[in-house]
Structure formats: C-alpha cells, structure tokens
Design a protein around this ligand. Sequence first.
Ligand code: BGC
Length: 245
Amino acid sequence: MVVLGIDIGGSAIKAALVQLETGRLTSERLSLPTPRPATPSAISAIFDQILCHFAWEGPVGCGFPAVIQQGIVRTAANIDPAWVGTNIITLLTARAGLPIVVINDADAAGLAEIRFGAGRGQTGTILMVTAGTGLGTALFRDGILFPNTEFGHLQLNGQLAEHFASAAIKERMKLSYREWAKHFDDYLHHLERLLWPDLFIIGGEICKHHEEFFPYLTTNAEVVPAALRNDAGIVGAALAAANNA
Ligand code: BGC
C-alpha cells in the first residue's frame, strides 16, 4: 500500500509517496519552504500544490508541528496562532476530498523510527527528540506511543527548552556544533532526570550532522541518530494514515 506522507515543519514542508510495508519512499521528495505567516489558508494552499504535484487521489498522512487532539490544533509555537482551535482534518479533507490523518510531527517521526529505524525491535522507554525550528518529542513504551508530549516546552535554565537547545537557536546564536552540543546535552540530561529513557533517538534537520555533536553528549542512556534521517517525519505520517485506514 502506498500513502502520501507530508511533514509540515516550522521551516520546510516535505512530501513523498511512501511504501508502507518497507517504509521506503517510492517517489522523489518534494520540499517547499513553510509560508510566512504559516496561516491555515497559506498551509492549505501548499497542501493543494502538493496533491497536484503528485496527482494524488489516495490516503494522506500529515505530520504537523502542534498538539493535535481529534483533529483539532491545540498549540501554535512555530506556526500562526490562527491555527489554535482549527480542525485541520476537516479543513484539509474539505479541500481534497481524500482520507486524511494528521498527527504531531515528532510523533510521526517517532512512529517511523520505531517501525523501520533506530527503535525497531527495541523494548523499554524510547524518547525521540527532533531538533529543528522547535524541539519535538515522541515517547514510546514497548513500542506504544504516548502522543502529544511537548517536552520541548519544559523550562530549562529559566527559559523554554526549545528556546535554549533547538537547531534554530544554534543558527540564531551562531554556535559551533560543540557549543550547541552543550545546550542540547543539558536538555537531554533534564529529560533523563524526569523520564529515564533507555534510548534517545535524535531526529530533525540537525541529525544529518550528528557526527559533529554526538561526541559531546554525555547522558547515561544511549543516544542514536534517526536511521531514516529527515525522512522519518514523512514516513511516520504515512504510517499514521494507514493505522487509521
Ligand atoms: C511544537 C511541537 C512540535 C515541535 C517540533 C514545538 O514547538 O510545540 O508540537 O512537535 O515544535 O516541530
């Protein structure tokens, strides 16, 4: 079965067709900049563009950078506040007339890593952390997702953790990988003190440079890069659609 996976992030929107049995992309990956401001109408227009690009008429799975409860967007840390209270599933389904599932973007990435990637076949507590514009988290116990954790919004050193340790902060503060790793390591230690995961899986755009900062991470739990790299969000979004099909 093939599903169109869409990963809506704070800085880019990526999409591809995904073969669910293998987790492999069966099309090229389309990447578009996230519109600014990322309002419901601006994102809907990009959504139409993506469906048109793939000439797609099948199921769609979408990862979105917010808490999603029964289709309703509850938070808007890195998207336009007009999203809060919007039923994104109703909005997008009305435009496309296709079956659509929407879940949190980090949860989507985590689902893909648990099924096909770094968490495959692993039991215990696994915490996926995606570092991009924000900090996303996905918590699993014995392969079961506890959805909508927002551990990027914990307080750390007197500020929101994602204002201290996201990849965007590295850019904004012009930190070297080594300097930024100190921030990120503080954050992982904070998570470790609270949740005691057996394994951290690190995803998001920064994970393609993991060799640059992994040597400076000092948690007790093992830390591994997302095996699907930045495609995890697309693949996991597609998996979520299949789970609800
Ligand atoms: C949002 C999360 C999202 C994360 C990564 C945070 O700002 O609150 O819902 O998963 O960014 O995009």
